[in-house]
Design a protein around this ligand. Structure first.
Ligand SMILES: [Zn+2]
Length: 237
């Protein structure tokens, strides 16, 4: 096959298959081949491989979304969302996504250079959804059998686009922000109790402050926060 069977292509194959299933396509393998052929065509027209695959994926996704919205009584997101709130375990390549997930209000565990077995064990112990850029992980028994829920994330996407993918795929909505450093819960704190920690200019303009319950980091709704909130709103509507 001209696109080769790199880990990225293997990951996209799995995504194509999952989306075709949502469309109740009958000849899955044939459908996957057609989509890969379309990506190859785009590549030959000068697109980079990862862009071509992402493009085909996005087109297919739009079809799935459209189909879902034209059937308002069908369950829009079978994998979501009335149960316990989702929490995530991210592989080493997804530090940026973990931070965005926390800003969007979800617990997201991340550590550098985490071995696969520990990643799987953590996801299982904490009943978390595993987010990975490594398509080889999809072959692990715990994932194939659905004991651990796993979503493959295309590695060449920006962290924001990855977040949009997770939101769309799982039907998530924005929750109160968590600490972007550690994922801890943010708790409102009296302004006077943190006086020494607030820069004088901020002290004059801001009245609402929050402390992370886990790492004690101090937050306020500054320009950085507002920028993030704006981008989150844009991504998730
Ligand atoms: Zn924290």
């Amino acid at each position: 096959m001209p696109l080769g069977m790199s880990r990225m292509v293997v990951g996209y194959r799995a995504r194509f298959e999952a989306l075709l299933k949502q469309l109740n396509a009958r000849r899955l393998e044939q459908g996957v081949q057609l989509l890969l052929a379309r990506a190859e065509q785009l590549r030959q027209q000068g697109m980079q491989k990862h862009v071509a695959l992402a493009h085909v994926h996005d087109r297919l996704w739009r079809i799935v979304e459209k189909r879902k919205s034209s059937r308002p009584h069908a369950t829009a997101h079978p994998s979501a969302c009335n149960e316990a709130p989702h929490r995530f375990v991210c592989d080493s390549g997804l530090a940026g996504l973990a931070r965005w997930l926390r800003a969007a209000g979800y617990e997201a565990y991340w550590e550098p250079a985490i071995p696969d077995d520990r990643l799987l064990a953590l996801a299982r112990q904490t009943n978390a959804i595993l987010l990975t850029t490594d398509s080889m992980l999809l072959e692990r028994r715990l994932i194939r059998t659905g004991i651990i829920k796993c979503l493959w994330i295309p590695p060449a996407m920006s962290a924001e686009a990855q977040l949009a993918l997770v939101f769309r795929e799982l039907g998530l909505s924005l929750q109160p922000a968590r600490c972007m450093s550690c994922g801890g819960e943010l708790q409102p704190v009296d302004k006077n109790a943190v006086r020494e920690r607030v820069p004088p200019k901020t002290w004059r303009w801001k009245d609402e402050f929050f402390l992370c319950k886990s790492c004690d980091k101090l937050f306020w709704h500054g320009t950085h926060w507002e920028r993030i909130t704006q981008r989150l709103n844009k991504l998730t509507t």
